[in-house]
Design a protein. Structure first.
Length: 163
């Protein structure tokens, strides 16, 4: 059983506008600690979508169900996902998306923004052995968060070069 750590960040300027996301996956293998960096960008997006894409794309890289600890500087993403064990939400820290799923991907107040991404994140989360969300303060010197920010910004800026 693998223990995976995923660090994530999103960037968008202006917001909405061109955005990028970055994620770093870390795990131990028989040959030692392994790291993989991934990133991507989109036109006409928002910062929240990019924060979510970083998490989603990190989870999609997993080859088999794992115990995953995800670090994000987005309280929205951390609080929405919550913690999970064996495909079920943790009673200690149930995320908002549990209620959204029960209400057919709507909020009590009405429409849910980024419903498409939340549905995909949900599928990825329930497939894992466990998910632990950790919020970290952005731009506060956390080495991996800073690196994810660089990946996200570089991806966003690459859209300008393609124009």
């Amino acid at each position: 059983m693998a223990n995976i750590v995923i660090y994530t960040d999103g960037a968008c300027e202006p917001n909405p506008g061109r955005g990028g996301w970055g994620a770093i996956l870390e795990w131990n293998s028989p040959s030692g600690k392994r790291t993989k960096e991934i990133s991507g960008a989109e036109e006409n997006t928002t910062n929240n979508r990019m924060e979510m894409m970083a998490v989603l794309m990190g989870l999609r890289k997993l080859k088999y169900p794992s115990y995953v600890k995800i670090y994000t500087d987005s309280r929205y993403v951390a609080d929405a996902i919550g913690n999970w064990q064996k495909g079920k939400p943790s009673r200690a820290k149930t995320g908002w998306m549990v209620g959204w799923e029960k209400r057919n991907w709507t909020r009590r107040e009405g429409a849910l923004k980024n419903k498409d991404l939340w549905q995909e994140i949900y599928k990825q989360v329930v497939a894992q052995k466990g998910i632990t969300m950790r919020w970290i303060k952005g731009h506060a010197g956390h080495e991996m968060n800073e690196r994810c920010d660089v990946l996200a910004v570089e991806a966003r800026l690459s859209l300008r070069e393609d124009q």
